[in-house]
Design a protein around this ligand. Sequence first.
Ligand SMILES: Cc1cc2nc3c(=O)[nH]c(=O)nc-3n(C[C@H](O)[C@H](O)[C@H](O)COP(=O)(O)OP(=O)(O)OC[C@H]3O[C@@H](n4cnc5c(N)ncnc54)[C@H](O)[C@@H]3O)c2cc1C
Length: 397
Amino acid sequence: MAGRDPDTGADSAAGDGVRVAVVGAGAVGVTAAHDLAVAGADVTLFDKGEVASGASGRAAGVLYDAYAEDIDAELGARALERFRALSGTGDFSFTECPYVMLAREGDDDLAEAVRGAAERMRVHGREVETVDGDELGERFPSLRTGDVAVAAVARNAGWTDPGSYVTTVADLAASAGAEIRTDSPVAVSTAPPGVAVASEAPVTRRFDAVVVAAGAHTKQLLADAGVAVPLKPYRVQAVVSARSFDGPMWYDASAGVYARPHPTGLLAGDGTVPVEADPDDWDRDADDWFLADVSETLRERAGHDPDVERAWAGLCTATPDGDPLLGEVADGVLVAAGWQGHGFMRAPATGEAIAGQVLGEGGGIAQFDPGRFDGDEEFEISEGMAVETDDGAENRS
Ligand SMILES: Cc1cc2nc3c(=O)[nH]c(=O)nc-3n(C[C@H](O)[C@H](O)[C@H](O)COP(=O)(O)OP(=O)(O)OC[C@H]3O[C@@H](n4cnc5c(N)ncnc54)[C@H](O)[C@@H]3O)c2cc1C
């Protein structure tokens, strides 16, 4: 029976009879698969490994809508709305926690950039205040703030365990009728859209639409189908410390390090390595230099001497302009990738947007249209968490 889904807002009959393959059971793929299945589409979700075996299972789970760009702020806000609505379902929970972005004294360009970014966030209706080091210290006594020039404090923020989002939404997608095929690497084909499952080769299954949300493998997968997209995978790193931390989430833009409370103690990260990585051959362990740098910043910023319980790396994907590729790349073949380190926190909204495009219900975002590129662009990888300074993209938050 037709109707509106109270969560997604989708017309529950909009997908009737539409056969869709979603490639990649990360945060974006499971969201798209769920929304499409709820809308009545006949969905098969393929992953070459397990659900959440890509970047989503390695993410930090820092969530906020404090973006300086209009569309990012809108997607961030929608994503938070869905994270909150889902909290308490299955293993998934969303923990409210403010997010602080700061620049140090002497780092004048960055301090100016933080002020400017906070102002633009407010223009977009985000709840963001600008405070100096003294005020920051009064509000958050667990932070050391003597060297802070300026901080932006965002209230609409929180954290979660990203893997629990992916597995919970995958379960909901299955309950809504999606078939979930793990350990099933696929190849994509165009004209007509289809996928070939490695174990069923040489059979190609035809679909009305194929959504490629394959994270770091997206460029390779589409290239094999004759579609060029400008994406570069790169390593970022994180660490969990077993020592407790009772404070806000924070990003020290001068040091390029972020941290958040974690059930075990504290989670910290960034450790961006701005070099194109091979998605089939990369180092999954954290580098020694990252652990040394992050430990120093944790001591300086939070008096936290880390007791390292676990440290790791994962792959993010970069694009030439730092914006994602979200939309059609060939008839019935759509891409959803290139999140520059912000793919998890926006996934409930970007997955929803790509599902909307498949169903012809809108959802297209002109700024993210992959057609803005030829696919063979040469570009440098810029850091994901960033605040833009006058002399270039220093920081993208
Ligand atoms: C250490 C670290 C910390 C991070 N912290 C944050 C954070 O705090 N907030 C945030 O927003 N983002 C964060 N990110 C980024 C975030 O993890 C990614 O942007 C996001 O998870 C991407 O989700 P996805 O669904 O697009 O891709 P993925 O989660 O990578 O999923 C892609 C899936 O595609 C599958 N696949 C690939 N090839 C094939 C094939 N041929 N056939 C079938 N399946 C295939 C893979 O197995 C994988 O499961 C972090 C990343 C890392 C590494």
